[in-house]
Design a protein around this ligand. Structure first.
Ligand code: 0A1
Ligand code: ZN
Length: 860
C-alpha cells in the first residue's frame, strides 16, 4: 500500500500564522447548490511573509477577494487554498458552493430527511467554506440564513436571533449573532419544519433563558423527558460547580441522520433523535437514562468545551474526559449510583481495555493522529473521565472544586491544553502533579498484582501491591503511575476500607489490629482503570459479595466468581455439564435471593454473568468456543436450579403504570434478569408465562426484556413475538432499530440470509447511521456466535458491507471495523480469516482516511 494519507503529531503543533476575529456568513440554502458567502476579518500573528493556508474540502470556489479586490490563490488543492502577499490585517471574502443533499458522510452541511443541519466537529467546517479550521482560531459569528419559507419555517444558528424578513420569491431570511468568540467546530445551522416544545429556566443570578426543543412533526409528546432533563442539568451545574448558562436561548434539535450521539454547538445542540425522544411505550429505561445523560453532557460542554476549549485536537480529552466525568457525576446523583458506576466499569473493561490491547492503543492525549474522527474513542472519553475521577479522589471534592474554579478564572474564553488544566488543579491545591501527568501521556492498561500475608499472632495484615503496564502497539516503555487503590477488608465482624496510594513499581502496606484473616476486596468504587491480579478463594468472594460495604466490589466479587468458573469450564472441553463446578455459584445465588441488597438494580447486576467481551478480555488468546459453551452451561444450570425463584420474581412483578423513577427502573432491571433465567429454565410453562408478561406490558423495557430473554434462550416464542412487534411498530424508526438489533444479535451460526433480509426491509437505509449501527453493531459486537464463526464467514460478511459503506459514510464504517482489528487475540485459524479481510480492505485504492488509518495500524 502506498502512503496516501499523512499523520499529524502533537509535537509539531505551532500557533496559527493568521487568526480570524469576526466572520459574517450568508447561506442561500438549496438541496444541491447551496451558496455560502464567508466574510472574515483576518489578522496576521506570525512573520510578515507568512502564507495563509485555508482548509477546504469538497468545495466549489466561486469567488475570492482580499479587501474587495479579486485574489488569485497561490495554490489550490483538494484540501487547501494557499494565499500569499497579504497585508497585516484584511477582509477576506470567500464564496463557495456545496451539495448538502449528496453529503452522505454527514460532515459539514447536509440534509437529514427534509432538514438541513450541520456537523462541524472535528473538521467539518472546511466542507462549508475555506477557513482556518482549527480550534485555536476563535471568532465572533454573524450568520444570515436564506431559505424557502414553506419548507423551512425554522431557520436556526448560534447565539441570539437579531433580525428576520421575507423575500418576494417565497423565501425568508434570519440573522443570528453569537456574542461569544468560538472555534468553527462549534458553529451550527439548522433549517426545517418542526414541532417545537418550549419552556423557561431562570438561572441563579436571575437570567431568563428560553428553552426550545425541536423535534420531527408528530413527536412532541416524546420530547418532555429531554426538556425536563435539561432543566435538571442546568440546576445541577449551578449547585455543584457554580456554573450558569450564558445566553438568552438554549436550543436542542433532534435529527434522524447523525454520526454520533449529539453535538454541543454553542446555544444550538444538534442531537441524534435517539437521545431526545422517549415515551413509555417506545423507549426503555436505558433510553430514558441515556437521554438524561447525553442532554446533560452537551449542556455541561457549554463550560467545559465551549467557554474553555481545546488548543488543538490532541487535547480532546480536556473537554471530553472532563465532560463525561461531569455527566457521570450528574447521573449518579439522579439514579442508582451503584448501577451507574457498574455501567462505567463495564465500558472500561469491555471496550477501553480492548482498545489498549489492540492496534489503535493511544494515551488519553494522543500523540499521532491521521484521522481525528478515529480518536473520539473510549480511551479519550471514558478513560479520560476515569483520570479526572482519580484527580478528584486525590484532591478531595473541595480541592477539585477549587481547581475547577481556578481553571475557569484563568482560561475562560481561551483554547488551552490538558497541561493547563492539570496546572490549575495543582496550583489551586498547592500540590505537585508531575507524576500524575503520566496518565495523559502513557497508553495501556496497568496491571496491579495483590499479595497478602496475614500474621495472626500480631493481628497484622501486609499487602504487597506491584504495578506493571504491558507494552502497547504505540508505546513500548511504560513507567509506574500514581494509582489510587481502594481496598476493603471484610471478615466475620465487619469491614474496613482505605484508599492506598500506589505510585512505585512495588509497595508494601501494613494494617494493624486486624482480628482475623479478612477477605480482601480490591478496587472499591472502581478506584482506577486498571486490571487486578489476585488469587482469591471462592469463599472470600462470596463473603465480599454478601457482606461488603462497597457496592462496586460486591458486584465485582460476583463477576470474579462467575468468571473463574466459566474459565475453568471453558478450558475443559470434555465436560458438557456444569454440575461439579457450580456449587459456589449456587451458594452465592441462593444467598443473594434469600437476603438481597436493598437496591434491586444492584441485585440484578450481581445476578448477571460477565459478558463474552468481559470474559475475553481476561484471556491472552480468546477461547471463543470454550467461553460460549461454558457461559451457556452455567446460565442453564442456574436457570434450572433456581427456576421457581425466577418464576416467582416474574409473577410478583409490581403492576403499577409505567413511570421512569429510580425505584421502578431498578425493579424492572431485576425483572429483566429473572425473565432471562426463566427463558433458559426449560420449564414447560416458561413460554406461556413470558408471553403473558409481553401481553400485559405497558412499556418498552418490559417488552424488550421478554424479547431478549426469548432470543438468548432460542425459544420459538421469539419469532412470533417479533412478528407481532413489527406489525405494531413498523412505521416507527427508533423502535424499529430495536427490532433490527434483536434480529442481528440472535445467537446463530449462519447470519447471511438474516442480514440480507434485514437490509431489504423498507425501514433500512445505508445512508442512515442509526440503521447501519442497529444491524451491524450487534452482529459484529454482540453476537460472538455468529460473528466469530470458525470458517470466517462472519468476518467476510462484515467486510463485504464495509466495502460499500466506506464510500457512503467513512466515520461509521471506521467504527464498525473495530472487532476485526483485534485479530491477534484469536486462535490461528480465526486470525488468518480476520487478517484476510483486513487485507481485502487494504487493497482498496479508494479507502477512506478513517479506515486506512485503522487497517494499516492493524496490519503493521
Ligand atoms: N463533541 C460531541 C461528540 C461529537 C464528536 C464528533 C462528531 O462528529 C464527528 C459529532 C459529535 C460530544 O462529545 O458529545
Ligand atoms: Zn462531549
Amino acid at each position: 500500500m502506498s502512503q496516501p494519507h499523512q499523520s499529524m503529531r502533537l509535537a509539531d503543533y505551532r500557533p496559527p500564522a493568521y487568526t480570524i476575529t469576526d466572520v459574517d456568513l450568508t447561506f442561500e440554502l438549496e438541496d444541491h447548490q447551496t451558496r455560502v458567502t464567508a466574510v472574515s476579518q483576518v489578522v496576521r500573528q506570525g512573520e510578515t511573509q507568512a502564507v495563509l493556508e485555508l482548509d477546504g474540502e469538497h468545495l466549489t470556489l466561486l469567488a475570492l477577494t482580499v479587501d474587495g479586490e479579486d485574489k488569485t490563490p497561490e495554490q489550490q488543492t483538494d484540501t487547501a487554498l494557499v494565499l500569499t502577499d497579504l497585508p497585516e490585517q484584511f477582509e477576506l471574502k470567500v464564496v463557495t458552493e456545496i451539495d448538502p443533499a449528496n453529503n452522505t458522510a454527514l460532515e459539514g452541511l447536509y440534509k437529514s430527511d427534509g432538514t438541513f443541519c450541520t456537523q462541524c466537529e472535528a473538521q467539518g467546517f472546511r466542507r462549508i467554506t475555506y477557513f482556518l479550521d482549527r480550534p485555536d482560531v476563535m471568532a465572533k459569528y454573524s450568520v444570515k440564513v436564506i431559505a424557502d419559507k414553506h419548507k423551512y419555517p425554522s431557520l436556526l444558528s448560534n447565539g441570539n436571533l437579531v433580525e428576520r424578513g421575507d423575500l418576494d420569491d417565497g423565501r425568508h431570511w434570519v440573522r443570528w449573532q453569537d456574542p461569544f468568540a468560538k472555534p468553527c467546530y462549534l458553529f451550527a445551522l439548522v433549517a426545517g419544519d418542526f414541532d417545537c416544545l418550549t419552556d423557561r429556566y431562570t438561572t441563579g443570578s436571575g437570567r431568563e433563558v428560553a428553552l426550545e426543543l425541536y423535534v420531527d412533526k408528530g413527536n412532541r409528546h416524546r420530547g418532555y423527558h429531554a426538556l425536563a432533563s435539561l432543566k435538571k442539568a442546568m440546576q445541577w451545574d449551578e449547585q455543584v460547580y457554580g456554573l450558569e448558562y450564558d445566553l438568552g436561548v438554549y436550543m436542542v434539535v433532534a435529527v434522524d441522520f447523525f454520526n454520533m450521539g449529539a453535538m454541543e454547538n454553542k446555544g444550538l445542540n444538534i442531537f441524534n433523535a435517539k437521545f431526545v425522544l422517549a415515551d413509555a411505550e417506545s423507549a426503555t429505561d436505558d433510553d430514558y437514562f441515556n437521554i438524561e445523560s447525553v442532554i446533560a453532557h452537551e449542556y455541561f460542554h457549554n463550560w467545559t468545551g465551549n467557554r474553555v476549549t481545546c488548543r488543538d485536537w490532541f487535547q480532546l480529552s480536556l473537554k471530553e474526559g472532563l465532560t463525561v466525568f461531569r455527566d457521570q457525576q450528574f447521573s449518579a446523583d439522579m439514579a442508582s449510583p451503584a448501577l451507574v458506576r457498574i455501567k462505567q466499569a463495564r465500558v472500561i473493561r469491555e471496550h477501553q481495555f480492548a482498545e489498549d490491547a489492540g492496534p489503535m492503543a493511544h494515551p488519553i492525549r494522543p500523540e499521532e493522529v491521521m484521522e481525528m474522527n478515529n480518536f473520539y474513542s473510549v480511551t479519550v472519553y471514558d478513560k479520560g473521565a476515569e483520570v479526572i475521577r482519580m484527580l478528584q479522589r486525590l484532591l478531595g471534592q473541595g480541592g477539585f472544586r477549587k481547581g475547577m474554579d481556578l481553571y475557569f478564572e484563568r482560561h475562560d474564553g481561551q483554547a488551552v491544553t490538558c497541561d493547563d488544566f492539570v496546572q490549575a488543579m495543582a496550583d489551586a491545591n498547592g500540590v505537585d502533579l508531575e507524576q500524575f501527568k503520566r496518565w495523559y501521556s502513557q497508553s495501556g492498561t496497568p496491571q496491579v498484582t495483590v499479595q497478602s500475608e496475614y500474621d495472626a499472632k500480631h493481628q497484622q495484615l501486609i499487602l504487597t501491591l506491584s504495578q506493571h503496564t504491558p507494552p502497547t502497539q504505540d508505546q513500548a516503555d511504560k513507567q509506574p503511575l500514581p494509582i489510587p487503590f481502594g481496598v476493603e477488608l471484610v471478615d466475620e465482624h465487619g469491614s474496613r476500607s482505605e484508599v492506598l496510594s500506589l505510585s512505585e513499581s512495588e509497595q508494601r502496606f501494613c494494617f494493624d489490629h486486624v482480628a482475623s484473616n479478612p477477605a480482601i476486596a480490591c478496587l472499591t468504587g472502581f478506584s482506577a482503570p486498571v486490571k487486578v491480579k489476585q488469587t482469591i478463594a471462592d469463599s472470600d468472594l462470596i463473603r465480599i459479595a454478601l457482606k461488603g460495604q462497597d457496592d462496586f466490589v460486591r458486584w465485582d466479587a460476583c463477576q470474579t466468581l462467575f468468571s473463574q468458573h466459566i474459565h475453568q469450564l471453558a478450558e475443559d472441553s470434555s465436560r458438557n455439564s456444569s454440575e461439579q463446578v457450580s456449587e459456589a455459584l449456587s451458594e452465592l445465588i441462593a444467598e443473594l435471593l434469600k437476603s438481597p441488597p436493598e437496591d434491586a438494580a444492584l441485585l440484578a447486576e450481581m445476578l448477571m454473568l460477565p459478558s463474552f467481551d468481559t470474559l475475553s478480555q481476561q484471556q491472552d488468546i480468546v477461547n471463543v468456543d470454550g467461553l460460549l459453551r461454558a457461559r451457556k452451561l452455567i446460565v442453564t444450570r442456574l436457570a434450572q436450579e433456581f427456576a421457581t425463584q425466577w418464576q416467582q420474581l416474574v409473577d410478583e412483578r409490581p403492576k403499577q403504570d409505567y413511570a421512569y423513577t429510580a425505584e421502578q427502573a431498578n425493579w424492572r432491571r431485576l425483572l429483566d434478569r429473572a425473565m432471562f433465567y426463566l427463558a433458559h429454565s426449560e420449564l414447560p410453562e416458561a413460554e406461556t408465562q413470558l408471553q403473558q408478561v409481553y401481553q400485559d406490558s405497558d412499556n418498552m423495557t418490559q417488552t424488550l426484556g421478554v424479547l431478549t430473554g426469548c432470543q438468548q434462550a432460542n425459544l420459538s416464542l421469539f419469532d412470533s413475538l417479533m412478528s407481532d412487534f413489527e406489525q405494531l411498530w413498523r412505521k416507527d424508526s427508533l423502535v424499529m432499530d430495536k427490532w433490527f438489533s434483536l434480529h442481528a444479535s440472535r445467537p446463530q451460526d449462519d447470519m447471511a440470509g438474516q442480514l440480507e433480509s434485514l437490509m431489504e426491509h423498507p425501514m433500512y437505509s445505508i445512508n442512515n447511521p442509526n440503521k447501519v449501527r442497529a444491524i451491524w453493531g450487534p452482529f459484529a459486537m454482540r453476537n460472538p456466535q455468529a460473528f466469530h464463526q470458525a470458517d470466517g464467514r462472519g468476518y467476510r460478511l462484515l467486510t463485504d458491507y464495509l466495502l460499500n459503506l466506506d464510500s457512503v459514510n467513512p466515520q461509521v464504517a471506521s467504527r464498525l471495523v473495530t472487532p476485526l482489528l483485534a485479530f491477534k487475540r484469536f486462535d490461528l485459524g480465526r486470525q488468518q480469516h480476520m487478517r484476510q479481510q483486513l487485507e481485502r480492505l487494504a487493497e482498496q485504492a479508494t479507502l477512506s482516511r478513517d479506515l486506512y488509518e485503522k487497517v494499516t495500524r492493524a496490519l503493521k
